[in-house]
Design a protein around this ligand. Structure first.
Ligand SMILES: CSC[C@H]1O[C@H](OP(=O)(O)O)[C@H](O)[C@@H]1O
Ligand SMILES: Nc1ncnc2[nH]cnc12
Length: 287
């Protein structure tokens, strides 16, 4: 099943059939909100607003573990993240959609793993997004004549304040393309949960490095966000049948990320953590 995590400006998906908001369960605490379950062309789809309806939850306070665990428990296999970002490149003007393929994680105040003492696991994040999902997003965006760029590095900052000029220039010198506050640890946790994950990053501003935009303001971001949000919702509807009809499935390994990842010997594993991991690592632990 396709799951959508909606970011700033995307708190609902209109046009789904048989919709209902359901309380989603997680053994890692409270998800950001209830999950909107609905159908598109007869196929189920799950939508979770990352900041909660009304944008109640700050990037640092999002319970990313509960969000991913809850989606997995509902039967989600593919996660499309919709996110607002600032641009670190002249050619990525506000209004551009970037299907990012790399992240640099500069966050420091978040729970970043489902695993830990009593169940140590290390998954690969070399290629953090699912190529197949990226292909579908690109095809859907091109069909809708959205100005889309394939590939790019998303710098994930802690926030909540926007960057200083020195930080913005530093990230540019590192080769980053866009900046936001939410896709990590979301992408890491999706990988640990063996979910396919891809992001459509909607450029809302030029961050502060740009000579014509020396301050980032929420006012300017929201204006572009509202223009982008309708196209983002259209993109979700257009990508859904592509993902749902993709019988070939994922070949890049997302669905088997835990295959050789767990180091802790069976007799040394923490029974409580095993229980909490029943959805995330059920495929491996219940063998
Ligand atoms: C709207 S300004 C900053 C806010 O927007 C982005 O959130 P999301 O990725 O959920 O769209 C950014 O990361 C900040 O949280
Ligand atoms: N310039 C920016 N920095 C961080 N997060 C953002 N989200 C949207 N624009 C942003």
């Amino acid at each position: 099943m396709l799951g959508i995590i909606g970011g700033s400006g995307v708190y609902n998906i209109e046009g789904l059939e048989n919709t209902r908001w359901v309380k989603a369960e997680s053994s890692f605490g409270e998800p950001s909100d209830e999950v909107l379950m609905g159908e598109l062309n007869g196929e189920s789809i799950a939508f979770l607003p990352r900041h909660g309806r009304g944008h109640r939850i700050s990037p640092s306070d999002i319970n990313f573990r509960a969000n991913i665990d809850a989606l997995k428990r509902l039967g989600v296999t593919d996660v499309v993240s919709v996110s607002a970002v600032g641009s670190l490149r002249e050619h990525l003007a506000p209004g551009t959609f970037v299907i990012v393929d790399q992240f640099i994680d500069r966050t420091f105040a978040r729970e970043k793993s489902f695993f830990g003492s009593g169940m140590v696991a290390h998954v690969s994040m070399a290629r953090p997004v699912c190529k197949r999902l990226g292909d579908h997003l690109e095809a859907a965006a091109r069909q809708m004549e959205i100005n889309v760029v394939r590939g790019g590095t998303y710098l994930v900052m802690e926030g909540m304040q926007f960057s200083s000029l020195a930080e913005s220039e530093l990230y540019r010198s590192w080769g980053c393309d866009v900046i936001g506050m939410t896709n990590m640890p979301e992408a890491k946790l999706a990988r640990e949960a063996e979910l396919c994950y891809a992001t459509v990053a909607m450029v809302t501003d030029y961050d502060c490095w740009h000579p014509d935009h020396d301050h980032v303001t929420v006012e300017a971001i929201v204006k572009v966000l509202l223009e982008n949000a309708d196209r983002a919702r259209g993109l979700v509807k257009s990508v859904a049948p592509r993902v749902q009809n993709d019988a070939a499935g994922c070949e890049c390994g997302c669905r088997h990320a835990l295959q050789y990842a767990i180091l802790t010997a069976p007799e040394a594993r923490d029974p409580e953590l095993i229980e909490k991991l029943s959805a995330v690592a059920g495929r491996i632990l219940n063998r």
